[in-house]
Design a protein around this ligand. Structure first.
Ligand code: HEM
Length: 412
């Protein structure tokens, strides 16, 4: 049976065909089972929401909680126990705690601080492209898309340059979604190392504050005492986790889609002003956060005629919502000249109180990365056009991203 004959099973089991191209499955689910009960590998009753209007409403429904401490049993069963738990942050909380944490971090994450990073991001982009091998096959994810955002987050937080490789290593291990005993143990060890590391850095910054976000958080905490050290460390981890793979995979998906849609790449090259709209269209057409993080029902509720029992988990398929024909004209067409209001309606950065705090940073990084890449390598091409793209096969869909992106960087 193909994945499309049985869309619920394909989504539930995350079949290879579904991972390669989830969009036909989502299309059928939107039509036949827009709020679909599934039982993913973690075994907990889950409902998958695939239509735009339902997804948008669910993202801001206060009955769907993000307070993972409230859902501790489900949470432990999925993610396992952790001795230090780097998860005491805004994305795992509801108001009023969410409001307090988000306000504190937003006060340090100002448009001014993001804009101030522009020359630095441009510098990192240039250096990475200077160092990338040309005229031979190279994995663009490894040499460009992955290093860029982690260097930027380390800059933002104020992680010293000498520590970046080890911080990046721990962060990658913690973010792995493996379910085996070994992988959970490795995650736990990396969490402990990160926790100890951030405690130390916070101590140093209290002595010698800098211009960075961690120093701003320490100041905010010390002034009004409303951010515990545990929350501060969890927040630093959240920013690393939320800002790394998300942006790396988006850059990868963007390059892949532009290379496989040469007319769209031509349009962007001919009109550099189109880069902003193009990034929005990429977030809509093939965004990197395929499903929002779990929510759980705090009471029995009804979404689009389906009863969701109290305690069940809810998964919101952002990439499906963004292809909903009831919302977007010809949703399966990648069109960087789509009218602006249609583009900005996408849910690629979520919606409601948990709307991505780093959206402006992510946009800036992606725009600068794509502009420089296509300017400097006018003849960039897939290393092997006949080879099929290799998409992530994660235990349940969360990220939409490539495992590798072999290209030839040809300066022409
Ligand atoms: C939340 C997407 C980059 C920080 C979110 C959410 C989405 C998202 C969909 C909401 C999740 C939910 O409601 O379950 C993305 C995408 C990115 C990106 C597609 C890149 C292309 C970044 C960056 C940062 C960041 C660069 C910061 C360095 C955050 C934070 C939250 C968040 C802190 C939690 C907000 C809250 O709970 O109030 N992001 N993100 N993100 N993102 Fe991003």
């Amino acid at each position: 049976m193909t994945s499309v004959d049985d869309p619920a099973t394909a989504a539930e089991q995350c079949t290879p065909a579904f991972r390669r191209d989830p969009y036909p499955v989502y299309g059928l689910l939107r039509e036949t089972a827009p709020v679909c009960p599934i039982r993913p590998r973690h075994g907990i009753e889950t409902y998958l929401i695939t239509r735009y209007e339902d997804a948008r409403a669910a993202l801001s429904d206060p009955r769907l909680s993000k307070d993972m401490y409230g859902a501790m049993d489900s949470y432990r069963r999925i993610f396992g126990d952790s001795s230090v738990a780097l998860d005491d942050h805004m994305l795992n909380s509801d108001p009023p705690k969410h409001t307090r944490l988000r306000k504190l971090v937003s006060s340090g994450f100002t448009p001014r601080r993001v804009e101030a990073l522009r020359p630095r991001i441009q510098g990192v982009v240039n250096t990475l492209l200077d160092e990338a091998p040309t005229r031979e096959p190279v994995d663009l994810l490894a040499v460009f898309a992955f290093p860029l955002p982690i260097i930027v987050i380390c800059e933002l937080l104020g992680v010293p340059e000498a520590d970046r490789a080890k911080v990046q290593g721990w962060s990658t291990t913690v973010a792995q979604t493996g379910f085996s005993k070994e992988s959970k143990l490795a995650q736990q060890r990396a969490e402990e190392s990160l926790y100890a590391y951030f405690s130390e850095v916070i101590g140093d910054k209290r002595e010698r504050p800098g211009e960075d976000l961690l120093s701003a958080l320490i100041e905010a905490r010390d002034e009004n005492g409303t951010l515990t050290e545990h929350e501060m460390i969890s927040t630093a981890f959240l920013l690393m986790f939320a800002g790394h793979k998300t942006t790396a995979y988006l850059i990868g998906n963007a390059v892949h889609q532009l290379l496989t849609h040469p007319d769209q790449l031509r349009a962007v090259r001919e009109d550099p002003e189109l880069i902003g709209p193009a990034v929005e269209e990429l977030l809509r057409y093939d965004g990197s956060v395929e499903t929002a993080t779990f929510r759980y029902a705090t009471e029995d509720l009804d979404i689009a005629g389906t009863r969701i029992p109290r305690g069940a988990l809810v998964q919101i398929a952002l990439n499906s919502a963004n292809r909903d024909p009831l919302k977007f004209d010809a949703p399966d067409r990648f069109d960087v000249t789509r009218p602006g209001n249609a583009q900005s309606a996408h849910l690629g950065f979520g919606h409601g109180i948990h709307y991505c705090l780093g959206a402006s940073l992510a946009r800036l990084e992606t725009q600068l990365a794509l502009t420089a890449l296509f300017e400097r390598f006018p003849k960039i091409a897939p290393a092997d056009p006949a080879r099929e793209a290799s998409w992530l096969e994660v235990p349940f869909p969360a990220f939409r991203g490539l495992t590798e992106l072999p290209v030839i960087l040809d300066p022409g």
